[in-house]
Write a new protein. Structure first.
Length: 82
């Protein structure tokens, strides 16, 4: 049986943030059959009463094209099975 990962993913805590603007979590997901990178930031609501996770989805090749992640970089999570 083949496991369907469509519309699923995982985030992993970033332990070595280079600046406060870098995400608190990163990972990969599959959306409508396309692999995507996902980044997450823990954020407080404007009124300060709620914490939430703000997410950004990107095409993984965008990071390689911008030079932010090298194809052979150890932070590349392409070995995650989804």
């Amino acid at each position: 049986m083949v496991y369907d990962n469509n519309n699923r993913g995982a985030l992993f805590r970033v332990t070595d943030k280079k600046s406060e603007k870098h995400p608190d979590f990163t990972g990969k997901c599959e959306v409508n059959g396309k692999e995507m990178s996902v980044a997450g930031w823990t954020t407080d609501s404007k009124d300060g009463k709620h914490k939430f996770l703000s997410l950004k989805f990107s095409d993984p090749s965008d990071y390689v094209a911008k030079g932010e992640v090298k194809a052979d970089d150890s932070t590349n999570t392409s070995d995650i099975p989804f």
